[in-house]
Design a protein around this ligand. Structure first.
Ligand code: RAM
Length: 359
């Protein structure tokens, strides 16, 4: 294992003495420091691809938010995969997607309970780092799924699909729906969410293509993955930008709330809406003409892959380095740069296909 840099050593020491939060608050360690220090995934010791799959492990799932159907489905996938592997699932997590302190305390709880691995969807890239690094020092393997931390704060990340693809596909869908012309806005989740912010970065990049020269991104609003706030933010965007032609909402909670708002307003079918949603949430809005097409992956499969990755880490079959592979459930998975494993391609749903999907 490489020697920690002086600053990293200081952060580790601080974590060990429980002073890290106080140091952070005093400006001793900023988020940027965390980013610079923890740029590479935390290695989990040498990997042995031939090691036996351990059984009777406990994997603690910590979603961004427990009362979100997307995470309920992901949790079911994780639970099923763990049962297949002879291990155990547990879930803890905050009720709000902006309760970063809550997520930190759940990491600490899981650490105290000595789970074998933690699978976490992070509300914020840096806020969980001290707690997660402490868990890893205690021998707990950490896999992020859905929304990553800074790479050094976990061993591997299970990404729903290529982040770049996900960002670009949403712009392409909306551009087509508004005829490549007009003002658009984004209704996101929490302002700190790693996954949404990464996708928005790729959306902005996609919009630089000359074919979008007549499209203007006029605003980004944050509904915090809360139904009511997302509904109000949608209303606010439309009041502020009366010429708005379309909204991208890269969150299942946001797009559902925006669809509900548009569906009951004079904008239905006029202001276009796309983004990332579940077919079950959006079926009625596709059928009543509020939403034409949107995208997502199967959250059940995402949760299952997070569980399988956690078990492979805890069994020593992988350690989080690029190029490592593991076999689980008849499939071989390969770790990419920074310990990232992509689930696959996003699926696009529309009126022709939506009834084939039930999640
Ligand atoms: C919400 C959450 C989650 C995101 C999906 C698309 O449920 O923000 O992190 O991946 O939407």
């Amino acid at each position: 294992m490489p020697h920690p840099s002086p600053r990293r050593a200081r952060v580790l020491l601080a974590a060990g003495t429980g002073l890290a939060l106080a140091l952070t608050a005093c400006g001793g360690t900023t988020k940027d420091d965390v980013k610079a220090d923890y740029a590479a995934p935390a290695p989990a010791g040498p990997a042995d691809p031939g090691a036996a799959t351990k059984k009777d492990l406990t994997v603690g799932f910590l979603p961004k938010q427990v009362n979100n159907p997307y995470f309920t489905t992901a949790g079911k996938g994780g639970e099923r995969a763990l049962a297949e592997l002879g291990s155990h699932y547990k879930e803890v997590g905050p009720g709000s997607a902006t309760d970063t302190a809550g997520q930190v305390s759940y990491v600490n709880t899981l650490t105290q309970q000595r789970v074998d691995a933690i699978a976490v969807s992070a509300q914020d890239p840096g806020a969980l780092c001290t707690a997660l690094r402490q868990a890893m020092r205690g021998g707990i393997k950490v896999v992020t799924y859905d929304s990553d931390t800074t790479p050094g704060c976990r061993n591997a990340f299970v990404s729903p699909a290529g982040a770049e693809d996900l960002g670009r596909v949403q712009v392409r869908l909306l551009a087509r729906q508004i005829g490549y012309k007009g003002e658009i806005a984004i209704l996101s989740a929490a302002q700190t969410a790693t996954n949404q912010n990464t996708w928005i970065g790729h959306m902005k990049d996609e919009l630089k293509d000359p074919k979008y020269k007549d499209i203007r991104l006029v605003g980004i609003a944050y509904g915090n993955d809360d139904a009511q706030q997302s509904f109000q933010q949608t209303q606010g965007l439309l009041q502020e930008h009366p010429d708005l032609k379309g909204i991208i909402s890269p969150t299942t909670v946001g797009i559902k709330a925006a669809a509900r708002y548009l569906s009951g307003s004079k904008y239905r079918g006029k202001v276009r809406l796309t983004g990332l949603g579940t077919p079950n949430d959006l079926r009625r809005y596709v059928k009543n003409g509020t939403v034409e097409a949107f995208a997502l992956w199967d959250p059940d499969r995402l949760g299952a892959l997070a569980a399988r990755t956690a078990v492979a880490l805890a069994s020593g079959q992988i350690s989080g380095r690029r190029g490592e592979t593991f076999r689980s459930g008849g499939t071989t998975y390969t770790l990419g740069e920074n310990g990232v494993i992509d689930l696959g391609e996003p699926t696009v749903f529309d009126a022709r296909t939506i009834d084939r999907y039930h999640f």
